[in-house]
Design a protein around this ligand. Structure first.
Ligand code: PAF
Length: 275
C-alpha cells in the first residue's frame, strides 16, 4: 500500500491507476470500514482510502480532540484488506489556509435529525468530501448507510453538482448482538457496551410494527424514546422518515427508514433501519 501525505504526491500516485474507488474515513478503522473497502474492490481497479479527522464537522465541545487516532493499527488493517493507496494528509495539507469556501446542502435536509443536534456538521462533511473528491478525482466513492443522513447529503451533492463520481451506499455492519459498528463504540464502558444494542432492538421493533401494518408512527417513536430513557439513555430522536428525503412520511408512503440517536453515558450512538 502506498501512503501519500501530500496532494501532489497523491495525484501523481493515482494518475495511471485506472478506475479509482475512494473510501473516505476518519480512521480508527473497524470491521464496518473494512467491509466498505472490500466492497470498493468490486467497483474499480484501485481502492484509495483517506484518513482525515475533519475539524470542520465537529462543533466546539464535541469529540474532535479525543477522536481516536490509531494510524499504525489502521495501516495494518488496510494492508490486510488489500487497499492500494492511502491518503493521509495533515491538517495543514488539507486546510493550508482557513477554509472560507463551503458546500452548503439544503436546509430541509441538514437542519433535521442529526443536523438539529449538530448544527454545521453536514456543511463540514460536504465541504471536506467535496475537497477530497477534488483532490483524489475518484470515479466511485463508497459511504456506509450507518450514517444515513450523511450518505443522502453526499449522494444529493454529487447529483446536484453533476460531480463525475458514482456514490455507492453500503450496508451497515453489526456485531453479533446487533450493535452497529462505529469508532465511537470504543468509548463505551463494559456495562454500556452490554446496554448499547438496545437502540438497534428498539429500531427493529419499530420496523416490525410498521411491516405488520402499524401506521401511528408518532406512537412508535414515543414508545422507543420512553424505553431508551427508562434504561438510562438520553435520547435525541427516534423518527420514521421517507428514505428519499428524510421528511416525515405521509399516508401511503412505503419507502421508509427509522432513525435513532441517543447518548449512553458520554457516548452518542446513532443507528437506522430501512423498512
Ligand atoms: O463518515 C465519516 O467518517 C466522515 O464523516 C467522512 C465522510 C470521512 C468525512 O469526514
Amino acid at each position: 500500500m502506498k501512503i501519500h501525505e501530500t496532494v501532489a504526491g497523491l495525484r501523481a500516485g493515482v494518475s495511471n491507476a485506472g478506475r479509482v474507488v475512494l473510501v473516505p474515513t476518519m480512521g480508527n478503522l473497524h470491521d464496518g470500514h473494512i467491509s466498505l473497502m472490500r466492497q470498493a474492490q468490486d467497483y474499480g481497479d484501485t481502492v484509495l482510502v483517506s484518513i482525515f479527522v475533519n475539524r470542520l464537522q465537529f462543533r466546539p465541545g464535541e469529540d474532535f480532540e479525543k477522536y481516536p487516532r490509531t494510524f499504525a493499527a489502521d495501516c495494518e488493517r488496510l494492508v490486510a484488506a488489500g487497499v492500494d493507496h492511502l491518503f493521509f494528509p495533515a491538517e495543514s495539507e488539507m486546510y493550508p489556509t482557513p477554509q472560507r469556501y463551503f458546500v452548503m446542502p439544503p436546509a430541509e435536509l441538514i437542519d433535521i435529525l442529526e443536523g438539529e443536534f449538530r448544527p454545521d456538521h453536514f456543511r463540514g462533511v460536504a465541504t471536506v468530501v467535496m475537497k477530497l473528491f477534488s483532490i483524489t478525482q475518484p470515479q466511485v466513492a463508497v459511504f456506509g448507510k450507518k450514517d444515513y443522513q450523511q450518505m443522502l447529503v453526499l449522494s444529493n451533492m454529487a447529483r446536484d453538482l453533476a460531480l463525475p463520481v458514482d456514490i455507492v451506499a453500503a450496508e451497515t455492519v453489526r456485531a453479533a448482538d446487533g450493535l452497529a459498528l462505529s469508532s465511537r463504540n470504543g468509548f463505551l464502558s463494559a456495562q454500556e457496551r452490554t446496554e448499547a444494542p438496545r437502540l438497534h432492538r428498539l429500531l427493529e421493533g419499530v420496523r416490525q410494527a410498521i411491516q405488520a401494518g402499524e401506521r401511528d408512527y408518532a406512537r412508535l417513536e414515543r414508545a422507543a424514546i420512553t424505553e431508551l430513557a427508562a434504561h438510562g439513555w438520553v435520547p435525541d430522536y427516534v423518527s420514521v422518515r421517507q428514505r428519499s428525503n428524510l421528511q416525515p412520511p405521509s399516508t401511503g408512503d412505503s419507502e421508509l427508514v427509522v432513525l435513532g440517536a441517543a447518548r449512553l453515558g458520554t457516548t452518542r450512538l446513532i443507528d437506522n433501519l430501512e423498512i
